[in-house]
Design a protein around this ligand. Structure first.
Ligand code: FNR
Length: 378
């Protein structure tokens, strides 16, 4: 039995347990994947200052994100088709996050529906919204998120059109799945995954199928989705969404300081500095490389969060030092889920917490709320 000591260990275990087309769906970026690679690589360029002979007892990682208490400032990012990494994936990840005391964000493109996740949890989760052209569908989805008692709406801004991931096309990833010799082999070689999937009732996109006009099953879903992302989305749309939702609002997918300044004028509670995990604009800078200038540009006008490339507690600390109040992990929790279901998601969070705690101490600090740029070698 191999030990799961790092997020990379969980990734390798997930690779062995999840059918290739679904593992690759998580482990891929747009086009040449240069932004996907930079997200991770750029963290390594940021060096931490080691301090000695300071009292490191009584450390605390507890903080807040948009005013909600968190046991550490690390949320689970919204990821589509999470239920394909492991049966009931969204429910298991939400339960793991709840027990750990960190926020879980459910994607519009989740397999388990809003209602199913709400039924399986007691703590409010956050809901990520994609704004589709069919506004009646969007109004309804916002109302469903309210009824499910979600405590924040995460509005994704960087997917007005869909970029291309070559791996998905090469693997023939589609909804419904096409059965070719290759896809049959991918499934047959992962019997544990198949058995769990056969045992769940959550196998379709529960927020959409049966709710969007004309989408009664998986076959109608693919064409609906492709034509529904809205290339005309504008800052004015943020206004009516905010009004209809009426609760905490987080704007996700800001990578430019001018957009960040625009975001401060919307009255939203937070922005997420993000390039969608390198899945949209290939060639864009890594999130961590633009975080500082964005945080400086908005000052204390809006809370700044970030995601993209975090693979360790050291990375979390680097982002917090550069101005993030909290961060999100996408693939790290997906790898945990694929490796070992709910226990794997908990493991991913434990790995990050342990690394964060040790790193904080060795940098000579005791409280996660007291970190800053002075902790970095510039
Ligand atoms: C995503 N991401 C994403 N974002 C979003 O707003 N809605 C979504 O449905 C999805 N779907 C999705 C699927 C998968 C498989 C991945 C990997 C990512 C982006 C996600 O929220 C987040 O921005 C990145 O995952 C952060 O980068 P890391 O932590 O994966 O490196």
């Amino acid at each position: 039995m191999s030990l799961d000591l790092t997020i990379a260990d969980l990734k390798e275990k997930a690779r062995r347990r999840v059918p290739k087309m679904f593992f690759d769906y998580a482990d891929s970026g747009a086009l040449t994947e240069s932004t996907y690679a930079a997200n991770e690589a750029d963290f390594g360029k940021i060096k931490l200052r080691q301090r000695v002979l300071v009292d490191m007892t009584g450390r605390s990682l507890a903080s807040t994100m948009i005013g909600e208490k968190v046991s550490m400032p690390v949320a689970l990012a919204p990821t589509g088709s999470t239920g394909m990494q492991h049966a009931d994936g969204e429910i298991l990840a939400a339960q793991a996050a709840q027990e750990f005391g960190v926020p879980f964000t459910l994607s519009t493109m989740s397999i388990c529906s809003l209602e199913a996740v709400a039924e399986a949890t007691t703590k409010p989760f956050w809901f990520q919204l994609y704004v589709m052209r069919d506004r009646d569908f969007v109004y309804n989805l916002i109302d469903r998120a309210k009824a499910a008692k979600c405590s924040a709406l995460v509005l994704t801004l960087d997917l007005q059109i869909l970029a291309q991931r070559h791996k998905d096309l090469r693997n023939g990833l589609s909804a419904p799945p096409k059965f070719t010799p290759s896809s049959i082999w991918q499934l047959a070689s992962r019997p544990g995954w198949c058995m769990k999937m056969a045992g769940t009732k959550h196998r379709t996109f529960g927020n959409i199928v049966g709710h969007a006009k004309g989408v009664g099953d998986l076959s109608s879903l693919a064409s609906w989705t492709n034509e529904q992302f809205d290339p005309k989305l504008s800052w004015n749309d943020v206004e009516w969404i905010k009004e209809r939702w009426g609760g905490k609002l987080i704007l996700k997918g800001i990578l430019d300081k001018d957009d960040a300044v625009m975001a401060t004028k919307t009255g939203a509670d937070a922005i997420i500095v993000s390039n969608h995990g390198g899945r949209q604009l290939d060639g864009a800078p890594s999130s961590i490389s633009v975080l500082e200038e964005i945080a400086d540009a908005v000052g204390d006008k809006i809370e700044v969060h970030m995601d993209g490339g975090i693979r360790s507690g050291q990375d979390v600390l680097r982002a917090l030092c550069l101005g993030a109040k909290g961060v999100y992990i996408g693939r790290p929790f997906l790898y945990g889920l694929g490796a070992n279901g709910k226990a794997g998601v908990t493991k991913a969070l434990e790995i990050i917490r342990k690394e964060l705690d040790t790193t904080l101490a060795l940098c000579g600090r005791r409280d996660i709320g007291e970190v800053g740029k002075d902790m970095l070698h510039r």
